[in-house]
Design a binder for this molecule. Structure first.
Ligand SMILES: [Zn+2]
Length: 248
């Protein structure tokens, strides 16, 4: 077993731990970069909390990314394509494999966690979710998540969601000049993007905390976002940069 796969299994079990409230039952999926041509991704019908070697399949980037350029595919064609793209493992890759391929192609991203924390989905299902995530509210949020996450309007899971994520990432990167550390999926959940498995866990936990804090601010008039200058100060501080490096 490769070190990436060992780390991916541990990360998945941790995200699946009910006490963390990141997912329940078969919710969520995870992936890790394997080599330039392939990646490990959760198979459909498996549970994160029970993750082991048989939970993951190794899939080629090329056929999965090429499918995003095709006009339309029905469910059977998609399943067929995912089975054909599988290089190792006996199960069918998750329907969110397309999304994972896009995320693992971002610079510095080696591990990806897609989660449905209660606090996060609650805010993302709220009437004012877009404005609630329009700024940062406290310093540690910026250290872990950056100034703002990417925000993806609701899309049907599978290929439509992958297209929507790709579109939002392109807009985010042209605006911010770099990839986000977290992606919010409207009325659905979130994606944590890490250089390491530990980073995915840290980002997931911080995002959950941010959402619980945002929900609490609604009882006292709503969030007071930090100013651009305050955000930039946290981003640029050498001690905060060192902390960020430690957390990896
Ligand atoms: Zn999901």
């Amino acid at each position: 077993m490769t070190p990436q796969l060992t780390e991916l299994i541990e990360m998945s079990r941790s995200l699946g731990d009910e006490r963390q409230d990141m997912v329940i039952l078969g919710e969520g999926n995870t992936s890790a970069w394997a080599d330039d041509g392939s990646f490990w991704v959760k198979a459909s019908g498996t549970q994160l909390v029970q993750a082991d070697l048989a939970t993951f399949v190794r899939v080629g980037f090329q056929p999965v990314l090429a499918a995003l350029e095709r006009n339309s595919m029905d469910d059977e064609e998609i399943k067929q394509l995912l089975r054909e793209a599988t290089l190792e493992g006996f199960r069918t890759p998750s329907i969110e494999t397309f999304l994972h391929a896009i995320c693992l192609r971002l610079e510095g991203v080696r591990f990806v966690g897609h989660i449905h924390p209660t606090a996060v989905v609650a805010l993302l299902s709220s009437a004012r979710s877009r404005e609630l995530f329009g700024g940062a509210v406290f310093p540690d949020q910026i250290v872990l998540l950056g100034p703002t996450p990417a925000y993806v309007p609701y899309a049907d899971p599978g290929l439509p969601l992958a297209h929507a994520v790709r579109q939002s990432l392109a807009e985010y990167m042209s605006r911010e000049g770099r990839a986000p550390r977290a992606i919010l999926l409207e009325n659905h959940g979130a994606i944590a993007l890490g250089g390491t498995a530990r980073e995915v866990l840290n980002i997931s936990r911080m995002l959950d905390k941010v959402c619980r804090i945002l929900a609490a601010t609604l009882a006292a008039g709503g969030p007071r976002f930090l100013t651009a200058a305050q955000v930039q100060r946290i981003e640029g501080r050498p001690d905060e940069r060192a902390r960020r490096a430690d957390l990896k």
